[in-house]
Design a protein around this ligand. Structure first.
Ligand SMILES: *[C@@H]1O[C@H](CO)[C@@H](O)[C@H](O)[C@H]1NC(C)=O
Ligand SMILES: *[C@@H]1O[C@H](CO)[C@@H](O)[C@H](O)[C@H]1NC(C)=O
Length: 359
């Protein structure tokens, strides 16, 4: 018994030494790169990606939801977009603690995540990315950002924030399908909107384009990290075919793969910064990757809807009347001026008799 315990401890110690050694080597290898992965920032951004799933828009707009409480306190939402027609949601706001504008997108809200994932196997590379010869993407991901109410609302919010705060860094994030939209948004801001300082960090993002696209992307938005988790199935989709290099989907770099080492009660998570190919065979591609549950929790943060999965949302009517506009298709945009405290929002809620303790 005693021997067994010592053996366990010894093996565990070896594991630690082994992986610490590996991390150090990796860090050393990347030390000449200007951009390095920041674990603290990842833990903050995953909370923003998680909040994008909140369908109680009163709580989201006033940043009072339970997911809006931890590392993201004090965040100021300036725009909230619900594209009811295409079942999409995203928001823009200012994180003073990061001195950055945050743009976050919700993942798919279809009733069955299984169906959505099965469909991913069959997505075709069927659209030329404009202005980038031979660069192909999937039209569904592209249009979700480019051909809905999402893009114009985001661009207006970025303008308003810049007018007020000057040239803030822009950090775009999202989970799953929201990660795909985050990548298109970051690229759009860098290419068409002349934004410097654009960073993208996605969680459990599917592939969105071919190798030519990935190569353009990584030159234009070099400060991009694509976090993948254990056996999460979604980063494996749509599939990568190494024997069809010209035809296959291909991830852009840089992947950061989270995986567990140890056993029993000695399990801890390693964060592996992968190579700059986008398809590092020693990262998530080294596992078969069939898990849905690994898709739904990153860094212990839930990345799905807290309640029912649907495109419905609720918002306090007076708040909606004061800050919301809706187009003929029912798509909603809620915006407010940057820099104005939550007092006006509070008053609005008090008028409605909901204010006591709500904020
Ligand atoms: C990582 O990000 C956090 C939050 O933005 C920041 O406070 C910290 O200085 C960063 N660390 C490094 C090494 O850049
Ligand atoms: C883009 O959006 C418009 C308006 O919703 C729609 O009519 C058009 O078919 C869309 N284009 C594509 C290629 O999906």
């Amino acid at each position: 018994m005693e021997r067994h315990r010592w053996l366990t401890v010894a093996i565990f110690a070896c594991l630690i030494v082994f992986s610490v050694g590996r991390e150090l080597r990796l860090n050393h290898k990347h030390s000449d790169d200007a951009i390095s992965f920041n674990h603290t920032l990842a833990e903050i951004l995953v909370e923003y990606a998680s909040a994008a799933y909140i369908s109680d828009l009163t709580e989201l707009f006033t940043w009072t939801c339970t997911r809006c409480d931890d590392l993201t306190q004090g965040f100021e939402v300036i725009e909230l977009i619900v594209d009811v027609q295409h079942c999409l949601q995203g928001y823009v706001g200012v994180a003073k603690s990061l001195n950055a504008l945050i743009i976050a997108f919700r993942g798919t809200q279809e009733n069955s995540i299984q169906n959505w994932i099965e469909d991913l196997y069959w997505k075709q590379l069927d659209l030329m990315y404009p202005g980038m010869p031979d660069s192909m993407v999937h039209h569904g991901f592209y249009y979700a950002y480019h051909n809905t109410t999402i893009r114009p609302a985001i661009l207006t919010a970025v303008d308003r924030a810049r007018e007020f705060y000057g040239n803030l860094d822009i950090i775009v994030t999202g989970h799953s399908m929201g990660g795909a939209m985050a990548a298109f948004c970051g690229l759009d801001l860098a290419v068409n909107y002349n934004s410097q300082n654009v960073q993208v960090m996605t969680f459990g993002q599917p592939r969105i384009g071919n190798a030519v696209f990935a190569s353009y992307y990584s030159k234009i938005v070099p400060n991009t990290f694509r976090v993948t988790n254990g056996n999460d199935v979604v980063p494996h989709l749509p599939p990568f075919y190494s024997y069809f290099p010209k035809k296959t989907y291909h991830h852009f770099p840089r992947e950061v793969w989270l995986y567990n080492v140890g056993f029993g009660s000695f399990v801890y998570q390693v964060e592996k910064v992968c190579d700059d190919s986008g398809e590092d065979p020693s990262c998530s591609r080294s596992v078969s990757g069939k898990s849905i549950s690994d898709h739904l929790v990153y860094y212990d943060v839930e990345l799905s809807s807290p309640g029912w999965r649907s495109c419905r949302f609720v918002m306090d009517p007076p708040l909606a009347a004061s800050y919301g506009t809706s187009d003929p298709n029912g798509n909603q945009v809620f915006s407010r001026d940057p820099g104005i405290s939550l007092i006006r929002l509070k008053e609005q809620l008090v008028l409605d008799g909901k204010g006591s303790g709500a904020i």
